[in-house]
Design a protein around this ligand. Structure first.
Ligand code: SPV
Ligand code: MN
Length: 587
């Protein structure tokens, strides 16, 4: 037996490894522990196997996903269920046994000639009441390497585990590769087995499909959180720095590619995480941790002016994986919106050779990404690895909404906030395969990941009010509002003002105007905030345009929500909030 597995002495781990080695038939099995040497093996293997390539800058590599593998594949991501469940929205399900049989068939021999990596990770900080252990088997060194930047190492945590049987399991195969890229994308499958606490993902490499610890583990965690009375959310986590010396922790849910990372990266604030949190009640306080330790972020529009900290990491030595960007012959990465011109002769691209005259093919894919650790960011929050997490004082919901929601408003109560989170609407983006720009109901920005009926999810949030001395304040932001002329009403950086206003509201610094849709800021409070935060004059005309409550658009939105929720068996308190929302708008 492998020495590292022997030292772990975990019968369930051994059984799983044996089972999938027999089924997938890899040529070699490599077990990875928490050492720097083993992390280096993953990076070297990704380079040797052609899944990653060196760039000119020390520590930088790049990876290409195939042209058909550039985003999450919702159509082939299915939840295995033993009996039919009405989730209340589009979660795709498949009969469990049928799915397991199909995947076993597809896994048979899928790793022939390849190396299987067995790795151990910890979701959430180690040695923490939030920690969840995860075992990942993958034949993609790129996936295992990405996980090393994105997640805490967990081999030692497995050794110390109180319950040796309690861990999630992820089995991934990139399948047959051609030039380092998955070939059989038509046989791509992502099957989530909630009952077994495991996910199978095959014939893909794009991180959102392949990296077990990211959205695959998140789907398992949502169901587990419900069973155990905590929350797993598609949220950033950040310290908002209000008055001097005051830090207030915010979490925020936004659909993919709608400003979640850029909110967590607002200049002058500190980032704990940009994608997934676990939140638990301790002593009647809601505390949260970042499940991850890195960022798998969208690279488009990352530039020196708008995202100085990230841009800095992407242009300096240190470990970083670029995916689906343009690579010049000198080994320099280029991407859309970097404000750096790509070379005239073009370069290599996930589509093949790219030259500037290919006007309809952008420099980088809209969902092209970078993978970095949070430790590499100067603005990381000191609580990043705190096993106790941080106290959550506010939650923010946001969407890509061009015609309805004001830039920022505060819910009238916790229950009203729960309603607002359940009713996020957002225009679809390149983060998933399919059409972009279509308005979609995206409850809690979790539409793609929900493994619970919405009614239960909502009930868990409502119940927090009884379990906490003080519920977090809830805010809704919208960075994408347009005016009558079709122009964005706000600059990208204005979000700093909305978040600082919200922080002030948490501490009672500002009064607000009560409207049917929530509390909105007063003009007088925003003027000094624009001045101090952005050195900008904020005009009354801008305020009027941005904060006039578009009653008819809101009524239409809430009618859409009423239609959706009429078909679902929602908690009575939720229905009452929804009715009250509509009644306020009507009157
Ligand atoms: C998202 O799309 O929400 C992401 C990236 O955070 S991934 O889910 O990994 O595709
Ligand atoms: Mn995400």
């Amino acid at each position: 037996m492998d020495e590292k597995l022997a030292r772990l002495n975990n019968a369930r781990v051994n059984e799983i490894v044996e089972k999938y080695v027999a089924l997938c038939e890899p040529a070699k099995v490599t077990v990875i522990d928490d050492s720097a040497e083993d992390a280096a093996i993953l990076r070297s293997r990704a380079l040797e196997g052609g899944e990653e390539h060196l760039l000119a800058m020390k520590g930088h590599t790049y990876h290409f996903d195939g042209p058909q593998d550039q985003a999450r594949d919702k159509a082939h991501t299915k939840l295995l269920v033993s009996k039919p469940v009405n989730f209340g929205f589009e979660t795709q399900t498949l009969d469990r046994q049928t799915g397991l049989d199909e995947i076993e068939g597809l896994l048979k021999g899928i790793m022939r000639g390849k190396e299987l990596f067995v790795r151990f990770c910890c979701l959430g900080p180690t040695n923490s009441p939030f920690s969840l252990l995860a075992l990942q088997l993958t034949d993609s060194a790129y996936v295992a390497h990405s996980e090393d930047l994105l997640y805490r190492r967990g081999y030692e945590a497995f050794k110390a585990a109180k319950d040796p049987n309690d861990f999630f399991v992820f089995v991934h195969s990139a399948g047959e590769l051609e030039n380092g890229v998955t070939k059989n994308v038509d046989k791509r499958r992502i099957y989530v087995d909630l009952e077994g606490g495991r996910v199978f993902s095959i014939n893909n490499q794009y991180g959102g499909n392949s990296v077990g610890l990211k959205k695959l583990a998140f789907r398992l965690a949502i169901a587990r959180a419900h069973r155990e009375g905590w929350l797993a959310e598609h949220m950033f986590l950040m310290g908002v720095h209000g008055k001097p010396g005051r830090v207030t922790y915010f979490s925020g849910a936004y659909p993919s590619a709608c400003g979640k990372t850029s909110t967590a990266m607002i200049p002058g604030q500190s980032i704990v995480g940009d994608d997934i949190i676990y939140a638990k009640v301790f002593d009647r306080e809601l505390r949260a941790v970042n499940v991850e330790r890195g960022i798998f972020g969208i690279i488009e529009n990352v530039n020196a002016v708008d995202d100085p900290e990230i841009f800095n990491v992407l242009t300096h030595e240190g470990e970083c994986i670029f995916s689906n960007v343009l690579i010049s012959k000198d080994g320099v990465p280029y991407w859309t919106g970097s404000e750096v011109e790509p070379p005239a002769e073009g370069g290599k691209h996930y589509m093949g050779t790219w030259t500037p005259d290919m006007k309809d093919v952008p420099v980088s894919h809209k969902n092209a990404r970078y993978t970095i650790t949070l430790e590499s960011l100067v603005n990381r929050d000191p609580a990043l690895h705190d096993p106790k997490g941080v106290r959550l004082d506010a939650m923010v919901y946001g969407g890509r909404d061009s015609d309805t929601s004001v830039p920022v408003c505060e819910s009238l109560s916790w229950a009203h906030g729960v309603l607002l989170g359940a009713c996020i609407e957002s225009e679809t983006t390149a983060a998933t395969l399919g059409q972009e720009g279509v308005r979609k109901h995206n409850p809690y920005a979790n539409l793609d990941f929900m493994t619970l009926p919405l009614s239960k999810y909502v009930a868990d949030h409502l119940a927090m009010a009884d379990r906490l001395d003080k519920t977090p304040k809830v805010f809704v932001t919208n960075y994408f509002l347009k005016n009558k002329a079709g122009k964005f009403c706000n600059h990208k950086l204005d979000k700093k003002v909305w978040i600082l206003w919200a922080e002030g509201r948490v501490h009672g610094d500002y009064d607000a105007i009560e409207t049917p849709v929530g509390y909105i800021p007063k003009y007088e409070d925003l003027v000094p905030l624009f001045k101090s935060a952005l050195h900008k004059d904020y005009s009354r005309e801008d305020y009027d345009e941005q904060f006039t409550v578009r009653i008819e658009a809101y009524r239409a939105k809430w009618q859409r929500m009423a239609d959706i929720f009429a078909k679902l068996d929602m908690p009575a308190q939720f229905k009452a909030e929804l009715d009250a929302q509509i009644a306020r708008l009507n009157s």
